[in-house]
Design a binder for this molecule. Structure first.
Ligand code: NAD
Length: 365
């Protein structure tokens, strides 16, 4: 029996709803496979602000550190938008990533055949898209100092710093090359080296790292061109490597290739000293919270990634992925990926269908 301790941070908005579907799936996995989960629920984000005045209580970070993996749903909401920056939910998110040294964020973008019509992009362009964005997560513009807003020459100026040490670039580049080795063996590194010094260093170090990966093809693209190419011909990409801000933007763009941000999972990991964080790419979607409208698939696929990357269990990863594909092939859709003549379901029903499918797959194994 494999015992796994998972800290679950359900957060705000649709977070608790999609977490609930994730928990149902974990129960099914316990029934079918040789796992036992200890799920520890902790407050994080807006709910922690409401209770303790801060988004990331020490006790929450502590529990995350002591777990085998962290499952995070989503945080934030309009109620917290006007708080001072240090008290906002997003500050908690940055604190969690930094606290667990989660410097690499993996965001797979797979265009499911059955959803090709849900995207705003033409079917023939999208078909066959299967790429992964490797985003640097603990450096760059989101963390660099100096930063702030101050008075200069009688007016307010705002500033942030895009800063990378070569060791930070080297470690994320290695992650991208290692992943490419197990895929189609191509890394596209994005930067703005024609303008930014920090990008020139990024390009130089990535090129240096590539020398240890002669079996992987490296190309460099300026970030503006990369974002255009992602829409023009997404099939050309295998692994896209990006610094923090560029990766944030590119992966939301990637979300639209899949039809909805409600479909996109992610994994955030470090060097193995701390557990990895698995979370949907989407936010707390306050506009649909509490209405049984949220798509739980991003959360469910994040759980699949947890089995692949933290528990080294491709068998369960494949079972979950196949189950999601089957349910979509059968025409079931949440509202965000609704199509003509589909079978419209709510959050709970979609979770039930996927769990049932996982059970039926396992019976056939
Ligand atoms: P969002 O991702 O919450 O929502 C964007 C749009 O996508 C909305 O129309 C929403 O209804 C829809 N959507 C998102 N997830 C969905 C799902 N699972 N199923 C169906 N539709 C879905 O982004 P936003 O509106 O910019 O931000 C809302 C709040 O979430 C803000 O407070 C923001 O700071 C926070 N946020 C949190 C995270 C996180 O927790 N990692 C990430 C992004 C934004």
């Amino acid at each position: 029996m494999r015992l796994k301790k998972i800290t679950l941070l359900s957060g705000d908005g649709i977070g608790p709803e999609v977490s609930h579907e994730g928990e149902k799936l974990l129960k099914v996995i316990e029934e079918l496979f040789d796992y036992k989960f200890e799920i520890i629920k902790k407050d994080f984000g807006g709910i922690a602000i409401d209770k303790y005045g801060i988004p990331l209580p020490e006790d929450t970070l502590d529990s995350c550190k002591k777990s085998d993996a962290v499952l995070l749903a989503a945080i934030g909401g309009p109620k917290y938008d006007n708080l001072p920056r240090e008290k906002r939910p997003e500050t908690g998110l940055l604190g969690l990533r930094a606290g667990l040294n989660a410097f690499s964020n993996l965001r797979p973008v797979i265009a499911f055949d059955s959803l090709l019509d849900s995207s705003t992009i033409k079917k023939e362009i999208l078909s066959g898209t299967d790429l992964i964005v490797v985003r640097e997560l603990t450096g760059g513009l989101y963390f660099g100092k100096p930063k702030g807003i101050e008075i200069r020459n009688g007016e307010r100026v705002g500033f942030n710093t895009m800063l990378y040490a070569e060791s930070e670039i080297r470690r994320i580049a290695k992650v991208a090359f290692d992943i490419a080795r197990k895929r189609k063996k191509k890394v596209t590194s994005t930067d703005k080296a024609n303008i930014l010094d920090v990008s020139q260093l990024w390009r130089d170090i990535v090129t240096e790292v590539s020398k240890d990966y002669k079996d992987v093809t490296l190309e460099h693209l300026y970030i503006d061109n990369a974002s255009m190419q992602l829409i023009k011909n997404p099939r050309q990409f295998d692994v896209i490597l990006a610094e923090n801000l560029f990766g944030d933007i590119l992966s939301d763009e990637g979300a639209m290739l899949t039809g909805s941000i409600g479909m996109l999972p992610s994994a955030s990991m470090g060097d193995g000293s701390f557990p990895s964080i698995y979370e949907p790419v989407h936010g707390s979607a306050p506009d649909i919270a509490g209405k049984n409208l949220a798509n739980p698939i991003a959360m469910i696929l994040s759980i699949a990634m947890m089995f692949k990357y933290s528990f080294n269990d491709e068998r369960i990863y494949d079972t979950i992925l196949k189950s999601v594909k089957n349910i979509l092939n059968e025409g079931y859709r949440t509202k965000d990926i609704q199509q003509d003549k589909c079978k419209l379901t709510g959050t709970v029903e979609m979770g039930d269908l996927i769990c049932k499918q996982v059970k039926s797959f396992n019976c056939k194994v």
